[in-house]
Each structure stands twice: as C-alpha cells, then as structure tokens.
Design a protein around this ligand. Structure first.
Ligand SMILES: [Zn+2]
Length: 441
C-alpha cells in the first residue's frame, strides 16, 4: 500500500467504517516475531522487520510505509510516515509548508507564523545506522508499534500535531548482525557479532558519508531528509552509553560550533530538557549530558551533524544494552549527582527491554514537545533560514577561536606571540582537540 492515492482512499474508508482508530487491531511484535521486542537473547532480522512493517501498514490508518530506494546489497530500504489518519489527505501540503519554512526567504514573519499554525511538526526518528548497536532498530520497531496502536490522549495528540518520519538507517547491517547473533541454538551462548562490514562498503563509517553521499543508504536518507521532508527535529539513535550510566542525551559539550545558528544550541537545550524531565517522571535515572561524554556539534559529516547546516535540530543519544544481559558496573565518577548527571543509577544487571523502554521514553519526550510547541519549531526553522539570508546579504564574518587568539595577542603586546597555526589556547578545542577526543559514533 505504497501509492498515496490508494492510501488516502483506504484511510478515508477506514475512518468511515471504524469510526475511530481505536477500533483497529494491530499485530503485536510478539504475534509477529514470536517474542516481545527487548526479550533476552532475541533479535529480529531485517526480513522480519520488513514483513512486520508491511503487515501493520495494511492494518493501520496511521502509517504509510515507503520504499526510499534499495540498499547496496539490493534490499528494499524502508521508511514510514506515521501521523493521524486525517493528515494523510493533506500530506503534500504539509510537506510543502515544511519546505517553504525551511527555505526562510520570500516570506514575512506574519506569513511564516500563519504557515507554522497551518503546518505539522516533522520529526525524523531513525534506528540501526551502526548495526552492532542493536538497540537502534529494535527501539524503532517498538516505538512505531506504540504510535500506531496506542489510544491514550498523548499519542492521539502527537499524531494530530506531528508527522513522524521513521527511518531504518542500515537494512543490510541489521540482517547480517541479527542472523549472526541468532545462529547459536543455545540462547544463553549468543553474543553480538558481525562476520564482515555491516555496510557493504563503509562499515561503521556509514556515519561519515552524509556530506558526500557515496553509498546508496546515505543517498536514500539524504533525499528523504533534504529534498522531501526537511524535518525540524531529527533523532539519530546510537550505542553505547558512558560507563556507569545508561544513556548520553543532548545537549552537547562546549565549545558549541559557532558556525551554526545559535537557535540550534537553544533548541538542543529545549529538546534535551524534555528528555531529562521525562526520564525522571518515569523513574528512569542514569542519563548524562554535556561533559558526560565527548560528543559535540563539531563533527560535520554525520547523519545528525550535516542536519545542523540545514537548521535542523539534530539529536544523538548513546545507550547501553544488549539482548545478552549486561552489567552497569560500579563507577566512582558516576556516584555523586552533578549538573550533567542529575540522577545517578546504582550498579546492577541490565536487560535489553530496559534499553528499549528508555529509548521509547526519549522518543516520546521529543514527540510530545514537538506536539506542544509545533508552531514554535516550524517558525524557528524559518527564523534560522531568514537569519542566514540576512547575514549573507551584508558584510558578515563568523568570529572563530583563532580570531580570538589573534585578538588576545594584539591586546597584550608584551605577551608571547601565538604559534603560526593560531590554534593555541583552549578556545580552539573545536578544531584539533576535538579530533583527538572524538569517539566513534
Ligand atoms: Zn553508533
């Protein structure tokens, strides 16, 4: 059911017949996979994932599966649009509004506010980019299932206000890693493994390809993100969390990338706070931020970070977890609460389902905020675009840490001159030091 017109007709029919979405019966993950997502020693393959999404697409008027291309190994590369049934009839209009506000130019502020009111917030959620980080695609299965099956007030409101673009980020990798994990007949002997590169050409460096689009998976996702939907928020799931914690969540450490619009930074604070508060509301301690990990806004070639240059609020989380139960070890530096670790977690055994639940909490925090502040997020991406057009229309220069080094040297003529590269001083961390401190993500 991938043709939009047919989809719209079916949605309309479903509404008429069923009266409301609650009447729909959605196949549960247990019914389809034979286990609940997050059960110990169980991983789903991409073939099973694809069958499941196609099955619940037929059952739900909230979901439209789309094939965004093929992978390097020839598999269909799936994404899904999830929103309220009535929004599908106006999907092209909502896409047009998202594109128009993103461009920033040609609108007055008043026109932008009207479009923001009419439009829907667009939120991208992906999973599975790094295939051995198995929480990623599995939290995507669980989150999408909850979005299409839950009938609570919050889910209904989210679906009314938000268009969720759910994207599998590495189908070939999921197939390879899940088959490798499940090959041992004795469940307790199963361990995460990958027989070879889990993206045919790039392996883990599939997250180094988004600025140059060399491999098909990147081309498919970049087209969906930058040519079609231009989400106001995108959320890129990774593993693993810092030792002694469960999850690293935004905001990111200083220094902030001053080449970006400052509303990216305040936007990251806003969305990050929504995650942190919801973790605490639901009794989920052990999240850390900023200085809790080396992740920053300076690596410019990844799925999350190329988005910043399109004024998209890009989120990254790094979570622990494996279907083979693991441990949160005693860690001296993670015992005392601090600003970047408000609620430390006790050492304990850790199960896969807990990581799935934390991920769903984080996704719902983002979606709830996007629903409540829909007009704000839509207007803000217009504001950022308009800011850049305005800066480019006059003599504008971005002040860098190297400029500051030179300025400080000029202000103190008796002090020793800076080295020739101008990279002296702490302010240059965003350049050379970041490369040294960067972790794989
Ligand atoms: Zn990763």
């Amino acid at each position: 059911m991938t043709i939009l017109t047919r989809r719209v007709h079916l949605c309309a029919l479903a509404l008429l017949v069923a009266g409301n979405a609650a009447a729909q019966t959605i196949t549960t993950p247990r019914q389809h996979f034979g286990f609940d997502i997050g059960d110990d020693y169980q991983l789903a393959t991409y073939t099973q994932f694809m069958d499941y999404w196609q099955k619940i697409d037929k059952e739900s008027s909230r979901m439209q599966v789309i094939e965004i291309g093929t992978t390097e190994e020839g598999r269909p590369h799936l994404a899904a649009i999830i929103t309220a049934p009535e929004n599908f009839a106006k999907l092209d209009r909502y896409k047009q509004i998202s594109q128009q506000l993103h461009r920033g130019g040609g609108l007055t502020d008043a026109q932008a506010r009207l479009l923001a009111r009419e439009g829907k917030a667009v939120v991208w959620i992906d999973g599975g980019l790094h295939a051995t980080e198995v929480v990623g695609p599995h939290q995507l299965i669980e989150t999408v299932f909850q979005l299409v099956s839950r009938t609570d007030e919050e889910t209904t409101r989210i679906l009314r206000d938000v268009i969720v673009v759910a994207v599998h980020a590495n189908p070939d990798g999921m197939q390879m890693v899940s088959k490798c994990y499940m090959q041992n007949a004795e469940p307790t002997a199963r361990r995460t493994c990958s027989p070879r590169l889990y993206e045919k050409y790039a392996g883990h460096d599939n997250n180094r390809d988004f600025y140059m689009s060399n491999v098909k998976e990147t081309q498919n996702m970049n087209k969906l993100m930058y040519w079609e939907w231009l989400p106001q928020i995108m959320y890129n799931h990774h593993q693993s969390g810092p030792v002694g914690t469960v999850i690293f969540a935004p905001p990111f450490r200083d220094p902030f990338n001053y080449n970006l619009d400052p509303m990216i930074v305040t936007g990251l604070d806003l969305v990050g706070s929504a995650m942190h508060n919801r973790f605490l509301q639901e009794g989920k301690p052990g999240f850390t931020m900023r200085s809790g990990a080396p992740y920053s806004t300076w690596w410019n070639g990844g799925l999350r970070t190329t988005a910043y240059f399109q004024n998209i609020i890009g989120l990254l989380t790094e979570i622990i977890g494996s279907p083979t139960p693991s441990q949160i070890p005693p860690t001296m530096s993670q015992i005392l609460p601090r600003g970047d670790l408000p609620a430390p977690i006790r050492p304990q055994e850790w199960r896969f389902r807990q990581s799935i639940d934390y991920s769903v909490t984080a996704n719902y925090a983002v979606l709830d905020l996007a629903s409540r502040y829909k007009d704000q997020f839509l207007f803000n991406i217009y504001r950022m675009g308009a800011n850049q057009i305005e800066r480019g229309s006059r003599d504008h220069w971005t002040i860098s840490s190297q400029d500051m080094t030179r300025l400080q040297a000029a202000a103190a003529p008796s002090a020793p001159a800076p080295s020739s590269g101008g990279r002296g001083g702490r302010g240059a961390e965003g350049g050379a030091s970041t490369a040294r401190r960067r972790r794989r993500r």
